[in-house]
Design a protein around this ligand. Structure first.
Ligand code: NAP
Length: 249
């Protein structure tokens, strides 16, 4: 049987890399997108290939439309018809309060976390929609518990970008419900990855663990399992839905 083909944005590290490993194990071929870290993306590809997947590392800044268009053309030519998209690439910036927010920061935040998901979803729908000659597919957006919690004193801009992603999830799921395409989201809580260091606090998960009902941060793999399930046929009647992978938070 033909292996399904998945594109994961931001799959060189963290949740994206864990999702790539799990999908390779579950029989997908993989496009491993990254922005800067070619070496880490190469390691993910090597591991996926060792599990029997066809896998390629594809560099593209998904906050830039022309690079998204090129990325999807690379997937077409190097792997074939896309079956699954994980909109995972995302950033935080140094922790701040709204009173110190700048226009420049908002531009970077919304281009990277919101525009990227819209643009990648557009390219995926153009390929997957039955009325466009496609065979359907599944999209999972990696949102955040911050969309519900607001991330005060740290990342309100980030929380707002993830709330926008939740609206995209709901709205797009309804637009393409008759086109064989399911669109869902996972909202991780505090997960042990590099993202916290990029916000200026590498120890953030340990500091906040006491406030998590399960009293610990999550692993990237624990988020990947929810993403993989939403992509799978086991979730065939599920669209426009959200899984909170946040230890009860
Ligand atoms: P991470 O460890 O910092 O990894 C980020 C990944 O995104 C890297 O592969 C990076 O590529 C890539 N990336 C960043 N900007 C990009 C761009 N413009 N174009 C293409 N790729 C880009 O992050 P993570 O913690 O795994 O987060 C993954 C997703 O989960 C994000 O959307 C994040 O908001 C969400 N999330 C994370 C947590 C958490 O606690 N970790 C909680 C809730 C939600 P390079 O390696 O090339 O730089």
């Amino acid at each position: 049987m033909k292996r399904p083909i998945a594109l994961i944005t931001g799959a060189s590290r963290g949740i994206g890399a864990a999702t790539a490993r799990l999908l390779a194990q579950r029989g997908y071929d993989l496009a491993v997108n990254y922005q800067h870290n070619a070496e880490a993306a190469g390691e993910v590809v090597k591991l996926a290939q060792a599990m029997g997947a066809r896998a390629v590392a594809l560099q593209a800044d998904v906050s830039v439309e022309s690079e998204v268009v090129r990325l999807f053309k690379d997937v077409d030519s190097q792997l074939g018809n896309l079956n699954a998209l994980v909109n995972n690439a995302g950033i935080v910036q140094p922790q701040t309060r709204v009173e110190w927010i700048t226009e420049e920061r908002l531009d970077v935040m919304f281009r990277t976390n919101v525009n990227s998901a819209f643009l990648c979803s557009r390219e995926a729908v153009l390929r997957m929609a039955i009325d466009k000659g496609g065979q359907g597919g599944a999209i999972v957006n990696v949102s955040s518990a911050a969309a519900r919690l607001g991330a005060p004193n740290e990342y309100v801009d980030y929380a707002a970008s993830k709330a926008a992603m939740d609206a995209l999830t709901k709205g797009l799921s309804l637009e393409v419900a008759t086109q064989g395409i399911r669109v869902n989201a996972v909202r991780p809580g505090l997960i042990e990855t590099d993202i916290h260091a990029s916000g200026g606090e590498p120890g953030r998960v340990a500091r906040m663990a006491p406030a998590i009902p399960m009293q610990r941060g999550g692993s990237a793999h624990e988020v990947a399992t929810a993403i993989a399930w939403l992509l799978s046929d086991e979730a065939s009647y599920i669209t426009g839905s959200f899984i909170d992978a946040a230890g009860g938070r």
